[in-house]
Design a binder for this molecule. Structure first.
Ligand SMILES: C[S@@+](CC[C@H](N)C(=O)[O-])C[C@H]1O[C@@H](n2cnc3c(N)ncnc32)[C@H](O)[C@@H]1O
Length: 138
């Protein structure tokens, strides 16, 4: 967002990207290259697993994925560690996908999506045990 509350050029470009049709071939390429077709960046499944290990989150913890796009890598970390998850981003289209992707997983803890600007997060101190952001420049 810009200071006058209009979406910035980069936000608009992400909005357009998330709306665009993704072909089955494109998704297959992403799966082959990254190990997932949820990513809208370059973070591979192996890197997401390493990130989960570094964060050290598990059952009872709550993770914030900032700029989560379609829910990557937060949904993977929640799935593999059992932590709770909140995914934030700006484009609604991305978060609708994230919600669908999260809903398709059998997660142990609660997971939700929220439209929020990473520069003005609507959370108090101590709400999260860990934060991740993959390929995000706020
Ligand atoms: C390259 S994508 C990466 C998305 C996801 N983390 C992934 O790896 O697939 C960058 C994301 O950052 C988000 N983003 C950029 N600036 C942001 C901001 N100020 N607040 C929240 N999200 C932001 C974009 O909307 C976009 O979804």
């Amino acid at each position: 967002m810009t200071q006058d509350n209009r979406p910035s050029a980069s936000t608009r470009s992400f909005e357009e990207k998330y709306v665009r049709f993704r072909s089955p071939e494109g998704r297959a390429v992403a799966r082959a290259a990254l190990g997932t077709d949820l990513a809208n960046g370059y973070t591979t499944k192996d890197q997401a697993a390493a990130l989960a290990g570094h964060l050290g989150v598990g059952t009872g913890d709550r993770l914030l994925d900032l700029g989560a796009g379609r829910g990557w890598p937060g949904s993977f970390i929640a799935e593999t560690t059992g932590c709770g998850l909140v995914c934030t981003d700006l484009p609604m289209e991305a978060l609708l996908s994230a919600q669908e992707n999260i809903g398709a997983l059998e997660l142990d803890a609660s997971a939700t999506v929220l439209v929020a600007d990473g520069r003005m997060l609507p959370f108090g101190d101590g709400v999260f045990d860990a934060v991740c952001h993959a390929d995000v420049l706020c």
